[in-house]
Design a protein around this ligand. Sequence first.
Ligand SMILES: [Zn+2]
Ligand SMILES: [Zn+2]
Length: 282
Amino acid sequence: MEHPYAGDTAVLATKHGKLPLIAPPLAHAVGLRVEAVAVDTDALGTFTGDVPRQGPPLDTAIAKARLGMGAAGRALGVASEGSIGPDPAMPLVHVDREIVVLVDDANGIVVWESHSSWDVVARSTSAGPDEDLGPFLSRIHFPEHQLIVRPNRAAVHPIHKGICRLEHLTAAVAECAAASTDGMARVETDLRAHACPSRRAVIARAAERLAHRIASRCPACGAPGWGRVDVVLGVPCARCGTEVARPRAEIDGCAACEHRQTRSLVAPEVRADPEECAFCNP
Ligand SMILES: [Zn+2]
Ligand SMILES: [Zn+2]
């Protein structure tokens, strides 16, 4: 049976050149065409912090998709949203989590997937004019990864974004250092998708996962987007039988109807190591 999106067109709300990352997997998986529509998604919050982000990333991604759908007058839209910050489990390491969402208002469904990476290049430093930034620049893979420069203290302006030439960097540092109360400039990686290749790879991977999920259809109603919606924890301890908080099964669900199916991850006879058990190894 042909996929319901085959030959259809979705709009991608983007300002930052994400089309080549998101369109190919969707075309390949289900024959869905994706066209970019230029909308100012920065109004929903930016990486550079000029506009504070509101709400959880999934809500922002859905709002972006609807912004594009509204602008293009289409019922099918795609958008992506990333969040980069210290990993709660390893605060010294930055994690990039990218969400890609498909909103289908004709059928009332929202399908999304995400991918996380710890390889994203996200660093900052402060520098005075004429300071040698060489080691920092090679660590962040400049100029492939572009930079933002602003005053280190107090002042918000001037701000230079998308810096990918050494002359521009030198001039920006001098200007921003002069505007700062401590005579230093803040130099940080520009995390916007077009300026950050290590982030682009994560968006592409999230888009592949979304494409795979859209290709999966609900066994009950046939809607696209069948896949994991929940995880069931609880594997009995080999010694005392108490359930250890380890994934036992995943629940697949439909984006359109209430149909659910449980998929076991471990055989029923599998027991957890007493080392993991809160009773046996408190
Ligand atoms: Zn136990
Ligand atoms: Zn269904």
